[in-house]
Design a protein around this ligand. Sequence first.
Ligand code: FER
Length: 325
Amino acid sequence: MRNRAGHEAFSGAARATVLSGRLLGVLACILLFSIAGASLARDDEQVTPERARANFARPVVLGAEDVRAFPDAPAGFREARSGIAQGRVEAFFYDSGVTGTRRRANVYLPAGYSADRKYPVLYLLHGIGGNQDEWRGYVRAHAILDNLIADGKAVPMIVVMPNGRALADDRSPPQERVFTPENAAGFAKFERDLLEFLMPAVEAKYSAYADREHRAIAGLSMGGGQSLNFGLGHPDAFDWVGAFSPAPNTRPPVELLPDPEAARERFALLYLSCGNRDGLINVSQGVHAYLKQHRVTHVWNVDNHGHDGDSWANNLYHFAQRIFR
Ligand code: FER
């Protein structure tokens, strides 16, 4: 679809060389919009390093609404702070009928975790080259949560950081095999792995609430696309959805929310963010435009970062304060 749209627009532009300059301008606009529109199509099946490079290199065109909803977090927000109670991250294993393997997730338990009370659960999903360690690695999700919870700015919660590549071999691939259809397909297969195997296993082992009001799903890039695809696709499972710099695996908005009017009252929070130096921003801009057009309340936070851990850490900081309350 992406190729066809691009090709038609291109041959149209070629014919325009004999036309007036003004018409040429109009055709150039059509070409630009065709490329932008086509880029919103899901492209799991056609993922290549060249296409990914082109997506990242797309010029950022900012609209009037593509501005900050929140300032950046205060200094030190993702550093371990001495003198506060810290949570812990432990390894969790579950059997998956999708991959036929025993799979690993990291589970953050807040300071003072106790089986005497129940906790809400945030499922936090990584990017295309990452795994269950990405969020607690350079993004430092555990430190962000520890600090927010210690300050009373976030509700104590369990954070499940799974491996969102539901393949029998789910290791992060070498650089040259990151942008392949096989790797991307693992992220789509994670939908059933999450809902049918991971979530029930988490809820059996931990002292967790098991209803939509107490489940959030959020992720960065490929994991942001998964959060929109799975979160909006399963409103019975999730009430809180966050997508940080969602990647082109994001379903086209009309597929994400075919009945946008119904979605207005359905979700407690739809949170969308992207850096204004991120070539993938057109994906989120498309989602924001659709939500706005259909008056679906959402947060749209465009910060000054790129496709990077600074944007993701900041947006986790803002998202985590707004869920489960
Ligand atoms: C793409 C560019 C980037 C793509 C995925 C990504 C599915 C994901 C990036 C990330 O997770 O950081 O074209 O296609």
